[in-house]
Design a binder for this molecule. Structure first.
Ligand code: SAM
Length: 267
C-alpha cells in the first residue's frame, strides 16, 4: 500500500504539518494531490480527503456525535461498558484499545472514567486520532476525558507481546479489539461514504487471529472483541461469553475461564 501524502495550504499551520509528517512518517507534499487519497491539514483540523467521491474523514471528540454521546450517552449501562466489565465495578479497569481507529470506542470508555491506552498501527488513522486528541485536550468540555487517553503509534501484536512479559500487576486488565474484517456485515458499515475512504486507505486487518492470541496472553482480566451482530468471530479461540446487541456483538474472552479446549485448531 502506498504512503498517504500530507498536504497543508495554511501557512500558519506549516510547522504543525511538518511535525505530523515527521511523527507519523507521512510524505509532506507541496501541492494538493489531484487524485487518490491524502491527508489535508486545514485551519481547524486534519482530514482524510479524496477528489469528489466521499466526504472528508476525521476523528472528532468535541463536536457532533461525540458531543451527543458525552451528553446523552448510556453511562455504565451501555453495551460497550458492560462488555469491558464496568457495570457494578468498584474500580475502573486499565484498558488497552488495541485497534483504536478514529478513537470512537476509546472515547466512550474514557468518558466513563477509564484510563485508555490507544494502539494504532496505521499512520493515517494515528495522525487523525492524534489531531483529534490535541483539539480535545484544549477544549474545556473534553480536556479531562482527553487526559485519560494515551495514543501509541504501534502494531498492537508487538506491543502486547511485550506487555505479556511484565509482572501481572503492570499488565492491562482489559484489551479491546475491533478489527476491520473482510466480511459482508462490514461492507454494509462501509457503505457509509466516509468509512469507504478510511477502509480503502487502511485495508482489512488480516492478522486478527494473531492479535487475539497475543491480547489473551497480555490481558489479566478479559479480551473484548467488537463485531457486527452477524459477523463471524475471530478464528482460533472460542469466546467465553457473547453479548448480543442490536447491530453490534461483543465476544468476551474471560482469561480465568479460558481452557485449553477453547483454543480451536492448535496443537
Ligand atoms: C475498525 S477500526 C477500529 C474502530 C474503532 N474501534 C473506533 O471506534 O473508531 C480498526 C483499526 O484497527 C487498526 N489495527 C488493526 N490491527 C492492528 C494492530 N495489530 N495494531 C494496531 N492497530 C491495528 C486498523 O489500522 C484500524 O484503524
Amino acid at each position: 500500500m502506498h504512503a498517504t501524502p500530507l498536504y497543508c495550504a495554511e501557512s500558519a499551520r506549516r510547522d504543525t504539518a511538518e511535525s505530523l509528517a515527521a511523527r507519523f512518517a507521512l510524505p509532506l507534499v507541496k501541492q494538493r494531490p489531484d487524485s487518490g487519497y491524502w491527508l489535508e491539514l486545514g485551519p481547524q483540523r486534519l482530514e482524510l480527503v479524496t477528489t469528489g467521491k466521499h466526504g472528508a474523514v476525521y476523528a472528532e471528540f468535541v463536536e457532533g456525535a461525540a458531543k451527543h454521546r458525552r451528553e446523552q450517552g448510556g453511562g455504565r449501562g451501555q453495551p460497550v461498558a458492560k462488555a469491558v466489565g464496568l457495570k457494578g465495578a468498584k474500580d475502573l479497569p486499565r484498558i488497552v484499545d488495541a485497534t483504536a481507529g478514529l478513537g470512537g470506542d476509546s472515547f466512550v470508555l474514557a468518558t466513563l472514567g477509564c484510563e485508555v491506552t490507544m494502539l494504532e498501527r496505521s499512520p493515517v488513522a494515528a495522525a487523525l486520532l492524534f489531531d483529534a486528541l490535541e483539539r480535545a485536550s484544549v477544549h474545556p468540555d473534553t480536556m479531562d476525558i482527553a487526559a485519560r487517553m494515551t495514543l501509541i503509534h504501534a502494531n498492537a501484536i508487538n506491543w502486547l507481546a511485550e506487555q505479556a512479559e511484565l509482572p501481572w500487576e503492570q499488565r492491562p486488565e482489559v484489551v479491546f479489539v475491533d478489527p476491520m474484517f473482510p466480511d459482508t456485515d462490514k461492507k454494509s458499515a462501509a457503505a457509509k461514504k466516509g468509512m469507504q475512504a478510511f477502509q480503502h486507505v487502511i485495508g482489512d486487518d488480516m492478522d486478527s487471529a494473531a492479535l487475539l492470541e497475543t491480547a489473551i496472553t497480555a490481558a489479566t482480566g478479559r479480551v473484548v472483541v467488537k463485531r457486527p451482530q452477524r459477523g463471524v468471530p475471530i478464528e482460533g479461540v472460542k469466546p467465553s461469553v457473547v453479548l448480543d446487541g442490536k447491530s453490534t456483538r461483543f465476544d468476551l474472552y474471560v482469561i480465568k475461564a479460558l481452557r485449553p479446549q477453547d483454543f480451536v485448531g492448535r496443537d
